[in-house]
Design a protein around this ligand. Structure first.
Ligand SMILES: [Zn+2]
Length: 429
């Protein structure tokens, strides 16, 4: 290692002053600062030594112990300074703990055998919440795996240290990952002021949800007051059994999702029919026109939708049925809403659109749970689950490079979990 030790002058002092401002340790002091070649590129190396008379700490119990011996110098990567990589250089001591025997001392700036300092991990992880992990790796000239390790560490710390008190409202959702062949069950907390991802488990099975309730604990489950979910019967059963004090609400987002699936099915059938009869496909690229709410369409799309409306198409009829149903959510009283629902079902059953009739049947079967929505009015925001679902989807889309479910789960907790971070004095946001 070729080294240029900065003269014990202004530069060194300045760097040490900066470091002491952002990262001050009670039992360690900064010494020489030098330029050195580390892994093939020039880096700033800051030597750290234990304060004289300080005793090393046992990593298991935190007790101050006698020094057994001192190991060779190790480098710990710190946050980069301008374009330079920064490393702490320190020779860890080994302690002889009366309980745990001979161990490498605990360090305030890095865990166990890790090469990255905790501060650097938190720093990378914060960027990884904003950019894809690959972009973060490129910008900081590190590997994708290092970014992953950093995020994983921060997430593990967060999960172990988060508070799970006063959770009274949750939402259940599922999301497809890895090109639709795998499914994750997501549990969100929906309390006003604390909306976050609480739990995430692979598959959508009864076992998955039972696992959540087991990990969540009986006492907390009994404290739940509202649970939003979709109408998947096995889940409804588990919820009724495990959270007996909660009102189960079929939320707006999941119900409207059923409508969209039906509209899509009608449209696909119609496109197939056009093809068979060698007709012009007027529905070409019409998917979003029919699925989006009219107020979310652009001017050009609105004009196209207007043109479509003039044609006597099943897809358009299905679209209008959904728009008609939207009025349901504006009711104040469950009894009026219930009457509207019955009328809508009757109208729909008279149509010849099988997918829409299927929705009508589902709605009839779940009427009481759907009407629970009005009982919880004002407590649950209509967009809460939808908003979190959208963010989860974005995370998954941004997550190219995740080869494992573990990586994906880590990313979801990281962006949606509102997890507490390991202590790091340096803040940039
Ligand atoms: Zn110990």
């Amino acid at each position: 290692m070729r080294e240029t030790i900065l003269t014990e002058g202004a530069e060194t002092m300045l760097i040490k002053t900066l470091l002491n401002k952002v990262e001050h340790f009670k039992s360690f002091v900064y010494k020489a600062v030098s330029f050195a070649m580390v892994y093939g590129s020039e880096a700033l190396v800051v030597d750290l030594v234990a304060r004289s008379n300080s005793r090393p700490e046992c990593p298991e119990c935190g007790k101050l112990c006698v020094t057994y011996d001192t190991r060779g110098a190790r480098l710990f990567e710190y946050m980069p300074l301008w374009q330079y990589k920064v490393y702490f250089r320190y020779s860890p001591r080994r302690v002889r703990c009366s309980v745990h025997g001979v161990k490498v001392e605990a360090l305030p700036f890095a865990y166990g055998k890790e090469q990255m300092t905790t501060s650097y991990k938190v720093y990378l992880a914060r960027w990884a919440r904003r950019l894809s992990w690959k972009e973060v790796a490129d910008i900081f000239e590190t590997s994708w795996e290092s970014v992953y390790r950093a995020v994983k560490h921060v997430v593990e710390y967060g999960l172990a240290n988060r508070k799970l008190e006063d959770i009274t409202e949750i939402g259940l959702d599922e999301i497809f990952v890895f090109k639709g062949y795998k499914c994750l069950t997501l549990v969100y907390q929906l309390n006003q002021g604390c909306r976050r991802l609480l739990w995430c488990g692979s598959h959508r099975r009864v076992k998955t949800l039972l696992r959540f309730f087991r990990e969540f604990g009986k006492e907390r489950s009994h404290g739940l007051k509202f649970i939003c979910s979709d109408m998947w019967a096995p889940y409804l059963k588990v919820v009724a059994k495990k959270a007996p004090n909660a009102l189960n609400i079929l939320d707006r987002f999941h119900i409207m999702k059923k409508f969209n699936e039906a509209i899509d099915e009608v449209r696909r059938d119609e496109v197939r029919m056009f093809k068979e009869q060698h007709q012009e496909n007027v529905l070409l690229k019409g998917r979003w026109l029919l699925l989006k709410r009219p107020e979310n369409l652009s001017e050009k799309q609105t004009a196209r939708l207007r043109d479509l409306m003039k044609l006597n198409l099943s897809s358009v009829k299905a679209h209008l049925m959904r728009e008609d149903f939207q009025r349901f959510w504006n009711y104040r009283y469950p009894s009026w809403a219930g009457r509207f629902l019955d009328n809508w079902v009757t109208r729909t059953m008279q149509s010849n659109l099988e997918p829409m009739k299927k929705v009508a049947k589902t709605i009839t079967n779940h009427k009481p749970l759907i009407l629970n929505w009005f009982k919880a009015r004002g407590r649950l925001s209509s967009g809460a689950v939808e908003g979190l679902n959208l963010k989860a989807k974005l995370t998954i889309r941004k997550a190219y490079g995740f080869r494992t479910l573990d990586g994906l789960t880590t990313a979801l907790y990281h962006t949606l979990g509102k997890l507490p971070e390991p202590k790091s004095i340096h803040r940039f946001c």
